[in-house]
Write a protein that binds this ligand. Sequence first.
Ligand code: NAX
Length: 327
Amino acid sequence: MKKPVRIAITGAGGQICYSLLFRLAHGDLLGPDQPVILQLLDIPVAEQTMRGVLMELEDCAFPLLQDMTASTDPETAFRDIDLAFLIGSRPRSKGMERRDLLAFNGGIFKEQGRALSNMAQRHVKVLVVGNPANTNGLIARHHAHDLSPDNFSSMMRLDHNRALAQLSLKIRQPLHSLTRMTVWGNHSPSQFPDLSQVHVSGQPIQHFLDDHDWIEQTFVPTVQKRGAAVIETRGLSSAASAANAALNHMHDWLHGTAEGDWVTMGVPSDGSYGIPEGLMCGFPVICHQGHYQIVKNIELNQFSRTMIEASWRELAEEKQAVSSLLT
Ligand code: NAX
């Protein structure tokens, strides 16, 4: 029997986790022969809900679920973990300014960054999902003094998957034939879904699509506003698709991206493409042997550069707004 992998999941009483936890316990991330221990975290007001989820996990009798714990203390939840999904954060309430939300949620990720640094395994992989995901990732990373910045990433994969799906529908080519999609920038409506580098069964996208109006006026805004469209239609924000994207993200980080392909991850900028160093930004990355690397030397046209700049400037503003949490 393999040694179990310890996975911390925050926001365990929330709707994304109501999908994610069951898929983790079923083996969807690590495979059918890898036991897992789930270490759940939520805040005291949601503790009872979290315990109800724990009961349901028990009732599934998942053979791979070796143990699980539920806690309201980050240091307890992060003890000895190999992987962390930081999903819990506070939604924006009526009348709340974006700046207040940034500061409130930033406080959560400051505390959790410290707790990860104190309690997690040094090789821990931390995926930040809770919004504003990129800036929360920046804050958590900043406070995890004893971990490398490379232990952290933020989720842009739902945007990436949405972009692939819209393109596949448009050109009527199967999803598995599409590679090299990128969603640059922030996980917000300023993001830039960029299909200019996509290959379809190894051929450049330009052989399949020559409709700039559709790209600029339909594709880009549809992907940018997809989260709002789901809320409008379903009455609730994306949950199962977000859980699925979180699994895709962690899977590729752990197991590597496919030959010739890349994926989008929110990672610390190294200054590539003029994006200020340190910002946690959506980039095309290749993963290999548990590490991610930004894809370099992509030729960007003026339209792409302008779109990317608008999004990284928003990230820079968010960073400025939480500067008191980054000292
Ligand atoms: P829910 O409101 O259903 O659940 C959030 C859970 O987090 C609640 O149980 C709450 O008690 C818990 N929580 C709050 N503060 C906490 C803390 N300090 N420690 C631990 N848990 C805490 O939200 P859900 O739909 O599950 O979404 C969770 C987060 O994901 C939100 O911030 C949401 O905006 C964000 N998303 C990010 C996406 C991305 O692509 N990066 C996409 C999906 C989603 O919108």
